[in-house]
Write a new protein. Structure first.
Lengths: 386, 138
């Protein structure tokens, strides 16, 4: 059953674009998405805003954007998994008759000319800090890089995953990025380049880590019936689910190597009535190379622990058997939380990928992931009705 | 040179830092369900009972995972990189973030036996860190 249909996509220029606020990027992306759909601003009666780290996309953004008489409005936050939950809320609300045309938007502008990408999400901290936060700061536990590095280290210890395995993901995605007009990173990358990139938090190097981007992505969602009369081939949402595996500071839990992708994926596949073998391309949340590897395992594309050997042959890159993150992902394309994989999924499902279009685009698997592997979302998209 | 941030005990974490000052690793324990918890909180995450009691933990654990940080995210760490940040599985069933001291970063091994020690970091605050158990071959 079609849960809802994506009928518009807007992607702004991405990267080191200075002097603009998040809300301005959001307005541009929404305008592009409405034009893409052949809809007017006055058609919009629902607005779901993805929270961001600087917290400058709050519910009042609807007024800055000049919307009127919205019957669905909210800011949602499951960190990098949010897009999947936003899609659930939009589709359920449309089916309940609460709204008809819902815009989903993520916008962010953390980069400034005087501040590098690494610092863009980390400060300003006011030190010293009280209590447990102060304890973490004393240990030097800052930012997400360390958390994912510790997760990857655990996987390497348990299963023998190597730097070459992680590098294969980064190299493949850079090849895809070279074919995407929206991607920030176009320079060729070899395995040697990956291994020579500087350490960020061992075992993760610079080229294992996502970009930071200024920009915005918006999509327009409506009912399957209404989608038939609009400009674009509708991209139907056939399944969606989220799962949060729980606190990682308990010794009986292992979300670092067993993520919410497992349960969320099983639920989404069951809902869509398809299997993994039907998936022609994956658009997976890739805050780090490791995230892609562990997500593939938990979706069941290979056995637990086999993710490294699974990706080593380059099957995720151009010409491979499981084309993944075909816009370059967050590693080489742009970092818009789960709107990065969602946007590329829409392009691929429509068949508008140009040089990077994959032939096997009947069913597209999309993941979102947030915290340190603490939140997960899955969507299955298709131009087919089932 | 700027020093590393020194934690300021607050109301809820007071007993934790009182304990470290006395050379004890105090953790919260729930008398209703016998569950331990970390980090500090008001209510048991296993059964929602409150209040929690403070108990001395064994201070024994194993290295669950670690990473070696090369980025300087705070001026207090300008001369400290690369440094380790570790997750330590304590015998009580909680996983703590901390640093392992006295072991070269290259010799850290997941699964190695560790024990707590208390590092005097100034301002009358001692911070729990971990060292290899004597006799442990890294």
């Amino acid at each position: 059953m079609i849960k809802g249909s994506i009928v518009g996509l807007g992607v702004t220029p991405m990267g080191k674009i200075y002097g603009r606020r998040s809300v301005d990027f959001a307005a541009e992306a929404i305008a592009l998405a409405l034009e893409d759909a052949g809809l007017q601003k006055s058609d919009v009666d629902g607005l779901l805003i993805n929270a961001n780290i600087p917290q400058d996309m709050d519910p009042r953004t609807q007024m800055m954007l000049g919307f009127e008489n919205l019957t669905l409005i909210n800011v949602m936050n499951g960190y990098g998994s949010t897009a999947g939950a936003m899609m659930q809320y939009a589709c359920m609300a449309i089916r309940e008759g609460l709204a008809n045309t819902v815009v989903l938007v993520y916008a962010d502008a953390p980069l400034t000319p005087s501040r590098g990408a690494g610092a863009s999400y980390s400060g300003p901290h006011r030190f010293p800090l009280g209590g447990m936060a102060g304890l973490k700061a004393h240990y030097g536990d800052f930012g997400a890089n360390l958390g994912y590095a510790m997760a990857a280290q655990r996987h390497m210890h348990l299963y023998g995953t190597t730097e070459d395995h992680l590098g294969a993901i980064a190299v493949g995605q850079r090849k895809w990025a070279q074919m995407s007009p929206w991607a920030q990173m176009k320079a060729p990358m070899t395995m040697e380049d990956h291994h020579n990139s500087r350490w960020i938090a061992e075992p993760l190097r610079l080229f294992d880590c996502c970009l930071v981007s200024n920009g915005a992505v918006a999509v327009v969602v409506t009912s399957a019936e209404r989608a038939q009369d609009l400009k674009q081939t509708p991209v139907n949402v056939l399944g969606y689910a989220t799962c949060s595996p729980g606190d990682h500071l308990r010794t009986d839990r292992h979300p670092a190597v067993e993520t919410g992708a497992k349960r969320s994926g099983e639920m989404a596949f069951q809902m869509a009535g398809i299997t993994r073998d039907d998936i022609g391309t994956c658009q997976l949340y890739d805050c780090y190379t490791y995230t892609v590897l562990v997500t593939l395992e938990d979706y069941g594309f290979c056995e637990k622990g086999e993710g490294g050997p699974f990706v080593a042959d380059g099957k995720l890159g151009p010409g491979g058997s499981l084309p993944t993150n075909t816009g370059g992902g967050q590693l080489s394309g742009y970092y818009m939380w789960a709107f990065t994989p969602l946007s590329e999924a829409v392009v691929q499902a429509r068949g508008q990928g140009g040089a990077r279009q994959v032939p096997s685009n009947d069913y597209v698997l999309v993941s979102g992931n947030g915290g340190i592997l603490n939140f997960h979302s899955t969507m299955i998209l298709s131009r087919h009705a089932s | 040179m700027t020093q590393k941030p020194i934690p300021i005990p607050d109301e809820i974490s007071g007993p934790f830092f009182d304990g470290t000052r006395d050379g004890r690793l105090m953790l919260q324990h729930c008398s209703a369900c016998d569950g331990w918890s970390f980090p500090v909180r008001e209510r048991c995450p296993h059964c929602f009972a409150a209040p929690l009691q403070w108990r001395a933990a064994s201070g024994k654990g194993t290295l669950y995972t670690f990473a070696i940080m090369h980025q300087v995210m705070n001026p207090g760490f300008a001369g400290a990189t690369p440094y380790n940040v570790c997750q330590i599985d304590l015998a009580e069933g909680v996983r703590m973030i901390s640093n392992v001291v006295g072991v070269p970063n290259a010799d850290l091994r997941i699964g190695m036996d560790l024990e707590v020690m208390f590092d005097d970091v100034g301002d009358n605050v001692r911070v729990p860190k971990f060292r290899a158990v004597a006799g442990e071959k890294p």
